[in-house]
Structures are given as C-alpha cells and as structure tokens.
Write a protein that binds this ligand. Structure first.
Ligand code: SF4
Ligand code: SF4
Length: 224
C-alpha cells in the first residue's frame, strides 16, 4: 500500500455538470488512495447525477437511512488532478497526488434493464432500508438477503443482470413494505411480479407459495 503508485476506488456519484467524482467514507481509508499518483475510479452509469448538489442530497438520504446520522464522516469531491496557480499565477498540474485520474463507467446490463422497462431499479441508492422492513428477511434472515444483495431489490437486480431468474424471488410476499419504506418509493414488488411471472395464474401461484413458506418459517421460529 505504501509503495503503490496507483489507487482504486468506486464512487458514490459522478456529476454531469461539474465532471466531479463524489466519494463518501466514515473510516478515512480513501485518503490513502487519494495520495497515489494515479487514481482509478471504477463505477457505473447509474451513479451519474446532474450536479454535486444532487449528489450531496443523495448522500444525506443514504446516510440517514443506512446509519441514522445526517451526513457521512468524510465526503470527497474529486474534480480533476491536483493543481495550483498560487505561484506567480502560473498554472501547474500534478502538484500533489493524484496527477492522473481515470474514470471507468461500467454498463454491465444496465442499459438492457432500462430497455426492458426496469429503469426504476437503477434509481436505488443502496441504503438498505427496504431490507430492514422486509417481513421475509426478518423471518429467514440472510437466506433472503443473498450475501451482499439486498433482499427483494437485490434479488431482482441479480435476476436481471444475470439473465436468470433467481429462485429466491419466490420468497417475496409482494407485501409492499419495501416500497413504503424506500426513500425513492421504488416499486420493488411490482418489479418482482414482472420478473417472476408475466401471467396472473403464475402470480397467484407465487403469492400462495411465498405466504405458505413464510407461515411455515414463522411457525417454526415460534415453536423453537
Ligand atoms: S414486497 Fe417482497 S421484498 Fe418487499 S418487503 Fe415484501 S417480501 Fe420483502
Ligand atoms: S430499494 Fe429503496 S430502500 Fe431499498 S436499498 Fe434501494 S433505495 Fe434503499
């Protein structure tokens, strides 16, 4: 880490107006990366925001919903390389690190998701509030959270990005508690319904199956 000349991070936002990268952190670890000569930012097209102001508003929401505090400990706004005009008004680049910034914007099937009518899913800011209010997650735990994926929303995303419907989507009760508690009111149950079944008989089958599964696990928990 000390000897490395290159640092890699993701980004919470890339802003269209200023061309800036916005990064939030609580630990201070990103300072280490930003001291390197070259900073590579790997992020995705759904992280593009109109302006720094919009990105800061998003950070306030994500931080409050995820941790209950109003703002992250640190927010970095990276708007190009290190530069100065302090000495005789002469402009110098790369005074301190970084002297080179590379931004990689991944698509990874996001455009395909938009074309298929699932744009709304890309508005997710990954605050995790939906998971906290999900009855299925609160009954079966991480089985429905699927590692780093976030419950119904994450399973829907995974199904669309892998072109294979994730079997665990069958567990969604389509109760709508995630939508109700989402700061962006993302219609996760509606998206799940569209992914797992396009027909009414199919949805009735999943509705009954998910509720029976839920009742089974709740009863088992109460008995144990
Ligand atoms: S609709 Fe599905 S993902 Fe959303 S809270 Fe209900 S069970 Fe969980
Ligand atoms: S779907 Fe909504 S509540 Fe869930 S993580 Fe995304 S923004 Fe947060």
């Amino acid at each position: 880490m000390e000897k490395a000349q290159v640092g890699i991070t993701g980004a919470n936002a890339v802003t269209a107006e200023e061309g800036s990268i916005v990064l939030a952190h609580n630990e201070g670890n990103i300072f280490e990366v930003m001291r390197k000569k070259k900073h590579i930012v790997v992020t995705a097209i759904d992280k593009i925001y109109p302006s720094v102001e919009d990105a800061l508003n998003m950070l306030k929401v994500i931080c409050y919903k995820a941790t209950g505090v109003l703002i992250p400990s640190f927010i970095e706004v990276l708007s190009g390389v290190s530069k100065t005009a302090d000495v005789e008004k002469k402009f110098f680049k790369g005074v301190h690190a970084p002297s080179e910034v590379v931004v990689i914007l991944l698509d990874n099937k996001r455009t395909e998701m938009i074309e298929k009518g699932f744009r709304e899913l890309l508005y997710c800011i990954d605050c995790g509030n939906c998971l906290l209010h999900c009855p299925m997650y609160n009954t079966v735990g991480n089985f429905f959270a699927e590692e780093k994926y976030l419950g119904g929303k994450g399973l829907a995303y995974k199904s669309l990005s892998e072109e294979e419907v994730n079997k665990k989507l069958e567990f969604c009760l389509t109760c709508g508690r995630c939508r109700k508690n989402c700061p962006l009111s993302i219609d996760v149950p509606g998206i799940i319904r569209s992914i797992r079944s396009e027909s009414l008989p199919g949805e009735i089958y999943y509705f009954l199956k998910s509720h029976l599964l839920w009742l089974y696990y709740v009863t088992r928990l109460k008995l144990s």
